[in-house]
Design a protein around this ligand. Structure first.
Ligand code: AMP
Length: 114
């Protein structure tokens, strides 16, 4: 049985989160299992499961997320020194099926990613 994702519950105010940014289209909160000194998830309020589900109607929303990311990074003290990650599907490592961008910073990152 699948119900609302944990991110939908956070957006609805029904689950706790350390929210660092919000506006009418999205919010960002700290990851409970951080992979870097700063690790925030940027989530659209619209419950799109994953990037592959986005349509032309989501173009502005996706652009909005990309424009918010550097502002949030700046606010968190990692402006111009962070990594953005979006896992699209199980094989890519996605575990929560509500589209989200990871904003990671505060350490040096390697390439290729794991
Ligand atoms: P992904 O694997 O790309 O789907 O990323 C999901 C992320 O959500 C993981 O980094 C988890 O640590 C994080 N996460 C899961 N539940 C919560 C929660 N309740 N609050 C904050 N982050 C969460």
């Amino acid at each position: 049985m699948s119900g609302p994702t944990i991110f939908a519950k956070i957006i609805a105010g029904q689950a706790p989160a350390d929210i660092v940014y919000e506006d009418e289209h999205c919010l960002a909160f700290r990851d409970v299992n951080p992979q870097a000194p700063v690790h925030v998830l940027l989530v659209p309020r619209k419950p799109l499961p994953q990037l592959s589900d986005a349509t032309e109607a989501d173009r502005a929303l996706l652009g909005h997320l990309m424009m918010c990311a550097p502002k949030i990074a700046e606010q968190l003290g990692i402006g111009g020194r962070y990594r953005l990650v979006m896992n699209d599907g199980v094989e890519a490592g996605q575990t929560v099926f509500h589209l989200h961008l990871h904003i990671l910073g505060g350490r040096i990152f390697q390439w290729p990613p794991g």
